[in-house]
Each structure stands twice: as structure tokens, then as C-alpha cells.
Design a protein. Structure first.
Length: 366
């Protein structure tokens, strides 16, 4: 899975200081690129389609929440220690979330093991052709089980991949047993990278025309801008959906990579309570097996139709032990996340309440 995709226009092998460069999509990658280009002496214009800079680093500012909900990436793993250190220096707070456990309708159980999945992926990498993660499990003779389903669900929830389509050759690493969770506004981190650079917000790039003489950007507003070069650090999904047209088309290798790479999907549901209804101090919960009642109707598919994904929210982050605040965050990824994204807020709330059945019978109060 890739969060961002970077594309440079064809042109001279080396750029000269003072050239006018446009950078589209100042998320974490784009902001860092812009800062380095400015330090190298380029005249940089930054364009962002959203009304804020930062991409997948975004905090929902709400004074009613003692721990502000994060609208993007907020769980830092073992590979993110450098980012975590930089954020800490800038005053972006984080807490350790640890002790993953499994839960069934009968109560707490051992955290499901990912050993079978690791074995299947390792064997698939010796094959002559790439296989999906689900195909790799079948090839390895590993039978489906509630424990395996919980492992696959947590993999999707933490990475966004869909095991039915994701590559086994380039599968993401299984999530670790602990994370650092961001618990304050991430704006200082984004602002520190951008510095004094002004970002043109709410401006959509719809067309890129380029040749040896330079680049022309057409905006959705109809305006055109010209530059010596352009760099795009936009989400891969934007390129896959044809959100930006290129003239001439990108080189074949670029188009092939854009088409082949997997773009994950993640959704998170933040729930705040006046008092906790749970007694466990575990920071990470994984639901194993079915919940009662079934969260959403799952009609029998027509012949040839894919079955509806299980939209049970099976992975939950319990922020109470680390922050003292009774806040639960449900995580879901892959096909289930895409299905949940189509639901209304009320339906998502009902789904979340039902998914928490293994922990409590009462429904959430707010």
C-alpha cells in the first residue's frame, strides 16, 4: 500500500536554482519535499485541494473532546520512532497503547496469532506468480477460522489493505503489539515542515501539460499556471481515478505502477463516554468470531455477485488506560471500510454499538 505517489515531469536531467516549481498536495511527504526544494534555492508554489495542509495528518479541533479525534494517521509503530521524536519536540503529545487482547462473546481470550498468515505469505513469495493474500492462505492449506478472520481484519484495520486483492509478494508487515497514539493537535508538526511557505488552499489541479520548455497546470476553476517543473505528492487513489489528466500521457512505466499499486482504505470511529462500561485495561481489542446481533444485514448474493463484506468493527483502541479518558476508537479497513464510508452517521453509530456487544450490552450514550 502507498499513501502518496510522486511524479516528476520529463525534462532536463538537472534543475537549476531559481527555477519556478509547483508542488501539488502538501501532505507529510509534499511538505517535506517543498521545504527541501526551497532550501535548494527554488521558487516553490504549493497547491492543495483541501482546505488545510497536512494530508493524512489532520486533527478535528473540538473543545468538547479532552483528546481530540484524529481524522488521519495517528498511530505510530516501531518504524516511526524518528517521526515520533520530532513530534514530541514540537509539543505534539502521544501515549503508548499496549497489551492487545482478543474478545469473544464469552469474554477476554488470547490475542489471535498471525503465525499462519506469516507462513502463507512466506511460501507465496517463493512462487512464480504473485497471489493475493487470501489466495496465499488457500495455497498453503490454511483453513479459515474465527481467529484467522480476526487477524485479517486487524491487518486491514491497521494498514487499509484488502486481503482479497492485496499482493502477497508485497504484503504489509503484520501490526505490532504496541503503538504510540497521537493525542493532541498535529498542526505544529505540519507547520514546522512548511515554515513560512504560503500554501494555496482549496485549489484543485485537474490537468498537467508538459514538454521540454516547462509545465502548464490547469485548475478546476479554469485558471492556468505555468512553471518550469511540477511535483505531485497526491494520494495514489487520485491518480488511479484519473483525477488529474496528463498531456502527453505519463510514461508507460509510470502508468503501470499507478495501475498496479494497491490503495488501501481506512475508517475510524471515535466514541466518547461519561464513564467507562468496560473493565479491561488492555489498550488494543480484537473481536474474534461473530457478534450478536449481526451488525448489518448481509443478504445472500446473486450468482456471480461478491458477498457483502463483514462490517463488524473488530479492532478497537482503548485510550482510557493511557489518558484517563473513556474514549474508544474503532478501526476498520479494506472492503469493510469502503462499505462503512457509504453509511449515514446514525448507521455508523448503530454499527459501532453493535460491534461492542462482546464488551457490554448497553449502547453508547453519546
Amino acid at each position: 500500500m502507498s499513501d502518496t505517489s510522486t511524479t516528476d515531469t520529463d525534462g532536463p536531467a538537472g534543475a537549476a536554482a531559481g527555477e519556478r516549481l509547483a508542488l501539488g498536495g502538501p501532505g507529510a511527504a509534499g511538505a517535506s519535499a517543498a521545504a527541501r526544494l526551497i532550501d535548494a534555492g527554488f521558487d516553490v508554489t504549493v497547491i492543495e485541494a483541501r482546505d488545510y495542509a497536512g494530508g493524512r495528518l489532520a486533527t478535528q479541533r473540538d473543545d468538547d473532546w479532552p483528546v481530540p479525534p484524529q481524522r488521519g494517521a495517528w498511530l505510530l509503530g516501531a518504524d516511526d520512532t524518528e517521526v515520533a521524536s520530532r513530534m514530541a519536540l514540537l509539543g505534539v503529545g502521544s501515549v503508548a497503547v499496549t497489551d492487545p487482547v482478543g474478545f469473544t462473546t464469552d469474554g477476554e481470550t488470547e490475542n489471535p496469532s498471525g503465525d499462519a498468515l506469516k507462513t502463507a505469505i512466506a511460501e507465496a513469495r517463493d512462487g512464480i506468480a504473485d497471489r493475493t493474500i487470501l489466495d496465499a492462505l488457500e495455497d498453503a492449506g490454511i483453513e479459515q477460522s474465527p481467529e484467522l478472520a480476526a487477524v485479517l481484519s486487524s491487518l486491514s484495520a491497521m494498514t487499509g489493505v484488502d486481503p482479497a486483492t492485496a499482493s502477497s509478494w508485497f504484503a504489509p508487515a503484520l501490526p505490532g503489539g504496541s503503538f504510540d497514539a497521537l493525542v493532541s493537535d498535529v498542526a505544529p508538526f505540519v507547520d514546522s515542515v512548511l515554515g513560512d511557505l504560503e500554501v494555496t488552499l482549496s485549489t484543485v489541479v485537474s490537468h498537467v501539460s508538459y514538454d521540454d520548455s516547462g509545465v502548464s497546470l490547469r485548475l478546476a476553476s479554469g485558471e492556468s499556471l505555468t512553471f518550469d517543473r511540477v511535483a505531485l505528492t497526491v494520494p495514489l487513489g487520485v491518480l488511479q481515478a484519473g483525477g488529474i489528466e496528463f498531456e502527453p500521457p505519463l510514461p508507460f512505466a509510470h502508468r503501470g505502477a499507478i495501475s498496479t499499486l494497491e490503495m488501501g482504505h481506512l475508517e475510524s470511529v471515535w466514541l466518547r463516554y461519561e464513564t467507562p462500561f468496560w473493565s479491561t485495561d488492555a489498550g488494543i481489542w480484537h473481536i474474534v468470531g461473530p457478534v450478536t446481533p449481526t451488525p448489518t444485514p448481509t443478504p445472500t448474493p446473486s450468482p456471480g455477485e461478491e458477498p457483502a463484506p463483514d462490517t463488524t468493527i473488530r479492532t478497537w483502541i482503548n485510550l482510557l488506560p493511557a489518558t484517563g479518558e473513556p474514549i474508544l476508537v474503532g478501526l476498520v479497513g479494506g472492503a469493510a471500510a469502503r462499505a462503512i464510508a457509504e453509511l449515514s452517521d446514525d448507521d455508523v453509530f448503530t454499527l459501532a454499538a453493535t460491534s461492542l456487544a462482546p464488551f457490554t450490552e448497553p449502547a453508547p450514550s453519546e
